[in-house]
Design a protein around this ligand. Structure first.
Ligand code: ACM
Ligand code: ZN
Length: 537
């Protein structure tokens, strides 16, 4: 009886407290992007003590805790690391899969503090990212709203791409790009490293890639369609040393971001040809292009020396990038030179290939075989379907969704990056008043409403859609501020598309969560574009 009365009075007290807290403290407006699978506000806030203790035991947990320590330090809140499980914030990875499914994280904020746990380190990291958005709720850094969150990603590939060839960006910025990706739970950074206009990765065996291929003599002024073409007369270029690449790979790994390097073949190869002209059908001379576009001079598919060069390059690339995928390009490769080249025609005859599309397919299949032998998988733009898809290749669908649909129907993995929604080099509003962009119009709302699973696919085929990615080509983007302007806030919409369940996606609710996200981006001085009110309807 005594026990029952204690329980009853406890319940009474609890309900009294809750209603009192709800009277006194209005429910904080929580804004987490991407929106979690399940979030319940339980009423009230946890007030951080004067010195915040964070419990983390394993080295990985401690590295994750460091992000919180760094954050608190920027807010002048003293914080330290402990192994004491009574700490205000407790971080745990590797909880049993009987407690929580693989890859999920669970977070509870209540009167005793914050507890985040996951079966994996990545899950814990994402829990901490959510906490960093919560800690800032209503600008009260020391008050964390009471919540219970269970969360996990919808897709395995949540990507952003960056073209560092049309314009080149320093290592420090690439790190910042990755850091912001991690804030929004992106996990794949597609680093577009080679192009007609510049080769950006040091390859020790081919030093002229750094001394010659990394530079062009000048750059187009204005838009490609402005005629006649005018050039700036200024030599332009740069490249990443292998030491710098390792530094970026390591930086990304600490943020649970995998880097997919892209080495373009057989097209978009002018810069490489400028340094090693024997790799082209005509033998050159060639120059890294001052102009944008698609060029007839590509790697010769007939000469053995082309494959020697590319496999040597890939050996060094493999040694630098631990991820499972290497992107081999494959897009926009005119067949003009191959049609006239005795080496290419000889190859077609010897291999029984009927046309130049089959020759491109031979090229990619041969590279795939080599990379599979080294334990790597290839991914390529949807042109790699033409002439026959390499047996194990994944397809990045950019010319709409047709390539992705065909690949998934054929049982190949697919990443959706359709130009109509996910090309962030396109305008994000009417072009009036916007910086010159490639063209198109991919608004924040259009990105938000994109779904990576095409209606045409059945249940089984749907399983081949790894996820989605936005691409940022930099023909018309020369500064890091301009990159951020094109990426944010559209990346917030994509984060929700790739992470959150489809049924949780709600445009009006997303719009309500934007101001808080803008304040977080302001704290990091991100040059995001502020949407106009009528764009948020
Ligand atoms: C591409 O935009 N050329 C893949
Ligand atoms: Zn040739």
């Amino acid at each position: 009886m005594f026990r029952l009365s204690v329980i009853l009075s406890a319940i009474f007290l609890l309900s009294f407290c809750t209603s009192k807290q709800q009277e006194e403290i209005s429910q904080p407006d929580i804004s987490i992007v991407p929106v979690p699978v399940n979030l319940t506000q339980t009423g009230g806030v946890f007030t951080l003590p004067d010195t915040v203790s964070i419990a983390a035991v394993t080295p990985a947990e401690q590295e994750i805790a460091q992000f919180l320590l760094d954050y608190f330090s920027t807010q002048q809140i003293p914080a330290n690391l402990t192994q004491d499980s009574t700490a205000s914030i407790v971080l745990r990875s590797f909880v049993s899969k009987e407690i929580l499914p693989e890859g999920y994280y669970h977070m509870v904020v209540n009167a005793t503090g914050v507890d985040i746990f996951s079966t994996t380190e990545a899950g814990l990291f994402y829990g901490v990212q959510s906490l960093m958005q919560l800690v800032n709720t209503n600008q009260h850094v020391s008050e964390i709203p009471f919540v219970t969150i269970t969360d996990f990603p919808r897709f395995a590939w949540r990507g952003l791409h960056l073209d560092v060839c049309r314009h080149f960006f320093p290592v420090e910025f690439v790190k910042r790009y990755i850091d912001l990706m991690a804030q929004y739970k992106f996990n794949t950074f597609h680093w577009h490293l080679t192009e007609d206009q510049g080769w950006r990765i040091e390859i020790k065996k081919y030093p002229k890639l750094a001394t010659i291929a990394a530079y062009r003599k000048e750059t187009l002024i204005g838009h490609y369609t402005d005629q006649p073409h005018k050039f700036d007369g200024t030599r332009y270029g740069g490249y990443y040393t292998q030491e710098e690449i390792k530094e970026v790979v390591d930086y990304a790994a600490k943020r649970y971001v995998t880097i997919v390097p892209e080495i373009e073949m057989p097209g978009h190869a002018l810069a490489a040809l400028s340094a090693y002209p024997h790799l082209g059908c005509t033998g050159g001379p060639y120059e890294a292009s001052p102009l944008w576009g698609v060029f007839d001079d590509v790697f010769c598919a007939g000469k053995e020396s082309t494959f020697e060069f590319l496999t040597d390059v890939l050996d060094e690339v493999i040694a630098l990038f631990p991820g499972e995928y290497i992107h081999v390009g494959g897009d926009e490769c005119p067949k003009t030179r191959w049609e006239k080249c005795t080496h290419c025609q000889q190859r077609m005859k010897a291999e029984g290939l009927h046309d130049e599309h089959e020759l491109q397919s031979y090229f990619i299949k041969r590279i795939e075989k080599y990379l599979n032998g080294k334990g790597k998988k290839i991914i390529g733009w949807d042109e790699i379907l033409e002439g026959g898809l390499a047996p194990n290749a994944a397809v990045m669908s950019w010319r709409g969704e047709a390539g992705g649909i065909a690949a998934a129907q054929a049982g190949h993995n697919v990443v959706m990056t359709p130009g109509f929604a996910l090309y962030f080099d396109h305008y994000q509003a009417e072009s009036e008043g916007e910086p010159v962009a490639f063209g198109g119009n991919s608004t924040l709302k259009k990105v938000y409403e994109y779904d990576p699973i095409p209606f045409a696919l059945n249940q089984e085929e749907t399983g081949f859609i790894l996820g989605a990615q936005a691409n940022l080509w930099t023909e018309y983007i020369a500064t890091t501020d301009h990159i951020e302007y094109m990426i944010y806030p559209r990346a917030l919409a994509l984060a929700e598309v790739t992470w959150s369940p489809k049924e949780n996606r709600n445009w009006n609710n997303f719009v309500q969560r934007l101001p808080h996200q803008f304040s977080l981006l302001d704290q990091k001085n991100v040059n995001y574009r502020k949407p106009k009110p009528d764009e948020l309807k």
